[in-house]
Write a protein that binds this ligand. Structure first.
Ligand SMILES: Nc1ncnc2c1ncn2[C@@H]1O[C@H](COP(=O)(O)OP(=O)(O)OP(=O)(O)O)[C@@H](O)[C@H]1O
Length: 512
């Protein structure tokens, strides 16, 4: 497929707000695309580069190159060239990247050049496009949309399903069943501002402790155990004590969902940094396991003895979990029947906080497991307000922080797939974080200003704040009070950042 076709289509999709028109355009694209183009076309359409970081900043892009008269670039050529550019390292790499980008731009027509700029600066990001792409794909191949959606959920990747469907037609969907050894994206939670609000919304629900560890999915097939993160990375080799724990359970084939966390000798949780450091370290696992041993704490069962439990209600999945997993290895929970039991839910939250945990997750008793979704039937309640925001720019620091990029400009997602700045913060950063973010933000810089840099909106940072206040200086009409950095969330993409809409909905006191 020609890159020009993709550039034109992306432009047309962005120009229409009608979902049916977007779907029709994408269906047309899928009818014409080769199955091998799909792994490139789908991320490009959403504005994501499959290569991730390319090291292309403003200094590389700021060149005036005459466009080609005729489109000749194939989608796969462009992708191969970008991979090559991303692989340039060592001294003089910036100049070399600039030369290669110049060559690519010279081969591109005017429309293609503009699309490339958009892709490389992160401006054509269209996060919501994946859902429309599922419908377009269904329409192009004649597969029922619900079946395509379930396959994507289980495969954890639209690209994989699209490729199979385009190559083999609807029967290919059979391949995407829940299978031990093949991880699925975990179900996520929405936020509620209080236990009362959550119980009001859910009715009969389980209130579970929310442990501040790392999400883990444990697959066991006889003697084989595999462990996966929420982004589906295989971390089996890093956590031998989890494999041992899974082998001790009296079941042969299962998939469990839970949290891995480090406790101290009194049973209180150690800091998140300690757990995350342990889960992140691949080197000298034996020493790390001695210094920071971790434990699994399970809260869901997705598959048992070859039976797929995803569509069962929470209560039944939990019964299966309780049959397999002994109590200390399960999250603590209490049941409430509705608003009349509010006191019980509040007491459980208070007790959980005293024991050193972050908060609670309330789960509707009748809800299925929606893999890969932020289901409305799981609501988390934490006493400290936190948001996942995207860094839009950063200012050079002063005094002790001279030479470091310090004050961050923070953005939330908007309905039109852009970002609205909510405020700035330089608080809460450790020295290590400052050094790290300076390096990372310089790589992401698209423009250098006297005061700092503006960056590709890629880095997600978790921010604590005390509340919202109205402000005419910021585009959403509000700004954060006492925003401070908790940690970077490299496991999250900007498409998973919080939206202005949910933020405003969480603060009726300001928006009323
Ligand atoms: N009992 C529990 N049930 C579900 N998730 C839990 C539980 N205890 C801890 N967690 C963790 O909380 C996360 C759910 O919160 P959410 O889906 O909002 O993800 P998140 O944005 O990473 O959350 P946060 O930033 O609040 O940790 C899960 O991914 C899991 O790691």
């Amino acid at each position: 497929m020609l890159f020009a076709q993709l550039a034109n289509l992306s432009h047309q999709v962005a120009a229409t707000s009608a979902r049916s028109r977007k779907t029709a355009l994408l269906a047309e694209l899928f009818r014409e695309a080769d199955a091998e183009d799909v792994p490139i076309v789908i991320p490009y359409l959403a504005g994501r580069l499959p290569q991730g970081r390319l090291g292309i900043g403003w200094k590389v892009l700021d060149q005036d190159v005459a466009p080609a008269a005729e489109p000749t670039l194939a989608v796969r050529d462009v992708d191969a060239r970008l991979t090559e550019i991303g692989g340039v390292t060592g001294t003089g790499s910036q100049a070399e990247r600039r030369r290669l980008v110049g060559e690519l731009l010279a081969a591109a027509t005017d429309v293609e050049q503009r699309y490339l700029f958009g892709l490389l600066t992160g401006e054509v990001r269209q996060g919501a496009l994946d859902a429309v792409a599922v419908e377009g794909l269904a329409s192009a191949t004649g597969a029922p949309p619900a079946d395509v959606r379930r396959a994507v959920m289980l495969a954890g990747s639209l690209q994989t399903v699209a490729q199979a469907l385009l190559a083999d037609g609807p029967p290919a969907l059979e391949r995407f069943r829940l299978t031990v050894g093949r991880p699925v994206l975990p179900m996520l939670a929405h936020s509620a501002s209080s236990v009362a609000e959550a119980v009001e919304k859910l009715g009969a629900c389980a209130v579970e402790e929310k442990l501040d560890g790392i999400r883990v999915q444990v697959h066991r097939d006889g003697p084989d155990v595999r462990l996966y993160t929420r982004t589906l990375d295989d971390i089996t080799d890093r956590l031998p004590e989890l494999t041992a724990a899974a082998l001790e359970l009296r079941g042969e084939r299962f998939i469990l969902d839970g949290e891995v966390i480090a406790f101290d000798e009194t049973g209180r949780p150690r800091s998140f940094q300690e757990t995350a450091g342990r889960v992140g370290s691949r080197l000298d696992v034996a020493t790390a396991a001695e210094q920071v041993p971790v434990s699994p704490v399970f809260f869901d069962a997705l598959s048992m003895d070859g039976r797929d439990l995803l569509d069962l209600p929470f209560t039944e999945r939990h019964t299966e979990l309780a049959r397999l997993v002994p109590e200390p290895m399960r999250v603590r929970r209490t049941l409430v029947h509705g608003p009349d039991d509010l006191a019980e839910a509040e007491r459980f939250l208070a007790d959980t906080l005293v024991r050193g945990h972050e908060g609670v997750v309330l789960k509707a008793l009748d809800a299925a497991y929606s893999a890969g979704r932020r289901g409305a039937s799981w609501l988390k309640v934490k006493p400290v307000h936190t948001l996942d925001l995207v860094v839009l720019a950063a200012e050079w620091g002063h005094g002790r922080r001279t030479g470091k990029l310090s004050n961050l400009h923070l953005g939330a997602r908007t309905a039109d797939e852009g970002f609205a700045m909510l405020g700035k913060t330089f608080k809460g950063m450790t020295d290590a974080m400052l050094t790290w973010q300076t390096e990372r933000l310089r790589e992401l810089a698209v423009e250098e200003k006297r005061w700092g840099v503006t960056v590709r909106p890629e880095l997600v940072v978790e921010i604590a704040y005390d509340g919202l206040q109205r402000s005419t200086r910021y585009p959403a009409g509000v700004t954060l009070r006492f925003a401070r950095v908790i940690r970077y969330r490299e496991d999250k993409s900007p498409a998973e950042a919080d939206t202005v809409e949910t933020l405003l909905a969480a603060h009726p006191e300001v928006t009323r």
